[in-house]
Ligand binder design. Sequence first.
Ligand code: IMP
Length: 429
Amino acid sequence: MATLIIVGAQWGDEAKGKLVDVLGSQAQYVVRYSGGNNAGHTVIVGQETFKFHLLPAGILHPEVTAVLGGGMVVCPKSLLEELDRTRAARSELGRLAISPAAHVVFPYHRLLDQLEEEARGDDKIGTTSRGIGPAYTDKVQRTGIRMGEFVDPTVFPRRLEAVVQVKNRLLELFGGSPLSAKDLHDEYAAYAARLAPFVTDTDALLQDAIVAGERVMFEGAQGTFLDLDHGTYPYVTSSHPTAGGACLGTGVGPRAIDAAIGVCKAYTTRVGSGPFPTELHDETGETIRRQGHEYGTTTGRPRRCGWLDLHALRYSARVNSLSGLALTRLDVLSGLPRLKVATGYRLDGAELRGLPVLARDWERVEPVYDEVEGWEGDIRSAKALSDLPAAAQRYVRLVEEAAGTPIVVLSIGPDREETIVLRPDAFWG
Ligand code: IMP
């Protein structure tokens, strides 16, 4: 096995960073395939904490090539800031390769994101205000500026001039101020010059690497239920975080993918608006938020917290065709005397076979809960499943059975050491 997708199995923030860092260090290529700097991956190495938004966490390893795939939308300013920050902390980094097909996020995208949210009134999506939706809108509308054009000084000024004219009319329509194409060009042409050396044919790079049997890890951002097609639309992001997005966003075909590992918290969180059937509005929700430090990496917003949703997880396992599950943050549940898990949904009195499609049905479903015994004490020093309290072991088995997917890794704390690998052969064979 040489190709592996790591995908968020819930609404994002599943604590993918640690797994991605550990597995990425064993790969030759670590690839982001969708989204932009709306993502936030925290990686803790010893005393150092790294927060990544655009760069694949694999960049920390000098022997790794970190790839930004064509399915991404890239804010050049943020990327350069992140690169500079990471370089200041680490003298030796991996190589960076950016697809010429990735779309560029400009300030008008960010402004429109904010103005469009304001205009939505009570129906806000709760976006990260990073311009992600408007950048993908341009892509779908076939007016976006791609990395390959951005770094070509014979093309970029002309393309920008034309686009800014239209964007200024839109900005004014929403009550915003127009932008100066010249100022924008001057600032962004400097970023383009710095990024140009990294722009290269990443499709060919990855296709050749796969033929040569090199290890390629696809680093998912966000999560399954934020997927534009498979999530709780319209309360979703504008890209494809699901495993299928790894193919679309990199030029690698589906039969070249060997494994897909879903990352799932032992409970559920969501940031932003939108349906969340197992959300807790009580003291237990507060306890989970406090114990899990559940605040957004990108926006600092408090995350909404709730019980683990096994019904949704089963769908996630299927839509991503998961070969394994990484269950994270089990330690956060320690001390809760009783735990609930949703095993099904009822809508209008009938049990649902799958998931609702429309947001208004998502909002109306009633989860069917099973209640199980919790456990006491600090579990972070456990080295094997059998070191965990019996109730925690039962919880792990319950998740595995309900998802119909083996749990291959357990994360019981933020440090790299606080990880129990149950199936070492699940990753690279
Ligand atoms: P956008 O991606 O900024 O357009 O935001 C759309 C929705 O996706 C909002 O509910 C965000 O909170 C959510 N979202 C975007 N990126 C992430 C992420 O990395 N983790 C969790 N939620 C996210």
